[in-house]
Write a protein that binds this ligand. Structure first.
Ligand SMILES: [Fe+2]
Ligand SMILES: [Fe+2]
Length: 195
């Protein structure tokens, strides 16, 4: 069986874009926390999907990523959003094939990556965990620091957006609890009551 470290090493060359080398490890950490709470979930599928879900951003010009994928009207349905998903499916298949994964496993990973940002529903428990972990990193100090710039907001404005827009999108009760606890701590650390 392949290790999670092997998948990270396979993905590494695609991760130095859009701070994915920060986003992906933190989201992986949350995904593994959630799999502890859901022992029935396929942990190996969750790990591969969360590590590889955003490597498709590598194929897209970084100016376009932010202008179209974050700062435009209806950015969640922008063409670069769809493109990073299809490129993610393609590149993840290459990474996993190089690690001798089965076709069936590669396909299951692709099903989660496909539409991970542009769908508003989950296809399985593993998909729910990946979708929640993809968002949970943003509630950390590092996540707020990075993502507030993507949306041209200050940290306090971005923390407020997390509370109003992102928490309602989480699937699992455990994710909501972690998000709320992390947000409270992050607001305290970043002095959001003053700034
Ligand atoms: Fe994404
Ligand atoms: Fe992501």
């Amino acid at each position: 069986m392949i290790t999670h470290s092997q998948i990270f090493k396979g993905a590494e060359k695609y991760m130095r874009v859009r701070k994915n080398d920060v986003h992906i490890p933190i989201s992986y950490y949350y995904a593994m926390q959630l799999t502890e709470q859901y022992p029935n979930a396929d942990k190996e599928l969750v790990a591969a999907a969360i590590i590889l879900h955003d490597i498709g951003w590598y194929s897209i010009d970084e100016d376009d990523i932010f202008k179209k994928g974050f700062q435009s009207e209806n950015f969640m349905q922008s063409d670069v959003r769809y493109l990073h998903e299809t490129e993610g499916v393609r590149l993840s298949a290459e990474v996993l094939a190089d690690l001798d994964c089965t076709k069936e496993f590669i396909q299951k990973v692709g099903i989660i990556i496909d539409g991970h940002d542009t769908r508003n529903f989950a296809r399985s428990l593993e998909d729910e965990i990946v979708r929640d972990a993809d968002k949970l990193w943003r509630f950390t100090v590092a996540g707020v620091s990075v993502a507030c710039d993507w949306f041209k907001q200050n940290p306090t404005q971005y923390c407020n957006r997390l509370g109003t827009d992102i928490i309602p999108q989480l699937h699992l009760a455990e994710s909501v609890a972690m998000a709320k606890a992390d947000l409270e701590e992050t607001k305290k650390v970043l002095c959001c009551d003053v700034l």
